[in-house]
Design a protein around this ligand. Structure first.
Ligand code: NAD
Length: 542
């Protein structure tokens, strides 16, 4: 087919409100009932084939951990090798398929997700990862639809970027995929991230082995089914749930390993990087290592800040999805004058937050993901309650009898390097440090040096000079920086997301910068009329 085809211009998918009386609310509620009543059996999907290994893992609801909603087969050594082989088998045809055909598959996946698949992907995210309807909608539906549509648009722009040609020649760049397969490893906290980690390299013509998080299996499985329903050929993305260390060992042990597309904790990404480093001589190419990792995201308020805006940013930024966002606000620096004004209101609002089962749409929060997370978060709260360096001024109650529930908690730290001001907790716990009003410049330095991470951060100030000072002083402290807004809620195409330092390689998910990592460009020079005499003019007789 001839034609310089253009993918449709992307626009951000509108967020559905699911207000009482909306037909979308009723439809979603009925799918929630179906998902809760079922016990889905999740197979591996390798080379387009379902594989049942019999080694099973239960998928539970974090807010009612006795309730199993699915059972998932796990990969063993044979399946791990089969997944690599399937990716290699699919590579030839997929990597040669015209972009318009690849694009059509992912455009269709976006439209299926925006339409008939929306409820099942949202419902499995709500029940399997304990998200409110709004948190599921902005993640599993809207963000993934945006990732797919915007990535296609960015891929098209990358392909359009071509070199100049001097007279007598035609220069071209072919954006080849990487030679081998990409290993996608996804976290539990965003369904959309699993969909993006696996699909972004595939959009650029790569084949992928995707290891989903063992605490986001049901929604990940539906995404895999969605890609198949959209027409993805067998073996392009291989769905490989299993023991993380064993699967990773198999992937990094293959000479065909060409890159890792990772999102998760800093420690795990660093362990992958170390393994790749040790084995660097074993691979056909230098693997691409793309990892978005942890955060210790800040808000710093200036004495000119608006306390009401600051309070709302703290509550939403720290406690939505139980603080389990890499971008969640978790260390807050507030001048004493503002704190005096807002402490009582912040504590009262935090205590009033509703928490419970996501099927009850009145809840603002649900449960944390699993027992391991519950114990870790509770440990920070227990230690703060016992410490002379900190006070728990709101929340602190933890109850895992039915679900992994932790009340939204505010710790007031009396020293800026108290542990909960430095370390990622990944739960509904925010720590406040109150600084003297006249210590603005010193506090900016504390924010910069206070943690190893550099993912997101925000400044609240009405005084423009303060905004400018903070923006400059914190230039390297956050990959996503917000002025008078909470530091979470980045939107694809509007605030490309990613951080540096211990927070990742900052390749900005959902942008052209990320897609570039999944290409290995080839420069092609074609001479239109080749020279027929080796002698250059300077060689002529004097
Ligand atoms: P995690 O590191 O526990 O798991 C992430 C993935 O790595 C999962 O698929 C897991 O199975 C796998 N994994 C775990 N141990 C492994 C091992 N030893 N070898 C290989 N793979 C292994 O993270 P999580 O709890 O799922 O997610 C929370 C973390 O992710 C937080 O640190 C959060 O900040 C980070 N995160 C970052 C971003 C970002 O864009 N920067 C986005 C979301 C989450």
């Amino acid at each position: 087919m001839n034609g310089a085809f253009r993918v449709p211009s992307p626009e951000n998918e509108p967020v559905r409100p699911y207000a009482p009386g909306d037909p979308e609310r009723e439809s979603l509620k009925s799918v929630l009932n179906e998902v809760a009543a079922a016990e889905v059996e999740i197979p591996l999907i390798i080379g387009g084939k379902e594989i049942h290994t019999g080694t099973m893992k239960d998928v539970i609801m974090p807010h009612r951990h006795g309730h199993v909603i699915a059972r998932c087969h796990r990969a063993g050594p044979d399946e791990i090798q089969q997944a690599v082989a399937a990716s290699q088998e699919a590579f030839g045809e997929w990597s040669a398929m015209p972009f318009a055909d690849r694009a059509a598959i992912f455009l269709r996946a976006a439209d299926l997700l925006a339409g008939p698949w929306r409820d099942i992907v949202n419902a499995s995210t709500m029940l399997g990862q304990s998200k409110t309807v709004h948190q599921a909608e902005i993640d599993a539906a809207c963000e993934l639809i945006d990732f797919l549509r915007f990535n296609l648009h960015f891929a098209e722009r990358i392909y359009a970027e071509q070199p100049m040609s001097s007279p007598g020649m035609w220069n071209r760049t072919e954006y080849r995929p990487l030679e081998g397969f990409v290993y996608a490893v996804s976290p539990f906290n965003f369904t959309s991230i699993g969909g993006n980690l696996s699909s972004a390299p595939a959009i650029m013509g790569n084949t992928v082995v995707w290891k989903p998080s063992s605490t986001a299996l049901l929604s990940s499985y539906y995404l895999m089914r969605l890609f198949e329903a959209a027409g993805l050929p067998p073996g392009v993305i291989n769905f490989l749930p299993g023991n993380p260390a064993e699967v990773t060992e198999g992937m990094l042990g293959s000479p065909h390993f060409a890159g890792v597309h990772f999102t998760g904790s800093t420690a795990v990404f660093q362990s992958l990087w170390k393994t790749v480093g040790v084995r660097i001589g074993d691979y056909r190419s230098y693997p691409r290592l793309v990892g978005e990792t942890g955060g210790k995201d800040f808000i710093i308020a200036h004495p000119s800040a608006d306390p009401a805006g600051l309070r709302t940013a703290i509550v939403r930024g720290s406690f939505e999805y139980q603080g389990q966002k890499c971008s969640a606000a978790s260390r807050i620096y507030i001048p004493a004058s503002i704190w005096a004004d807002m402490e009582a209101g912040l504590v009262e609002e935090t205590r009033s937050l509703t928490m419970g089962d996501p099927v009850d749409f009145r809840n603002f929060m649900c449960a944390v993901i699993d027992k391991k997370a519950f114990d870790k978060i509770k440990g920070y709260i227990d230690r703060a309650q016992a410490s002379a360096d900190a006070d728990v001024i709101a929340g602190g109650e933890c109850d895992d009898s039915e679900g992994y529930y932790i009340r939204p908690t505010i710790i007031r730290a009396h020293k800026p390097d108290y542990e909960s001001m430095r370390e990622e907790i990944f739960g509904p716990v925010v720590t406040i440090y109150v600084y003297p009003d006249n210590a603005w410049a010193e506090t900016l330095e504390l924010v910069d040096s206070g943690s190893a991470y550099a993912l997101t951060g925000a400044v609240f100030a009405e005084d423009r000079r303060a905004v400018a000072e903070a923006s400059h002083a914190l230039r390297f402290t956050a990959g996503n920086f917000y002025v008078n807004d909470k530091p979470s809620g980045a939107v694809v195409g509007q605030q490309p997301f990613g951080g540096a330092r211990a927070s990742g390689t900052n390749d900005k998910a959902g942008s052209a910068l990320n897609l570039l990592r999944w290409t290995s460009p080839q420069s092609i020079k074609e001479t239109l009329v080749p020279a027929t005499d080796y002698r250059y003019p300077f060689m002529g007789a004097e």
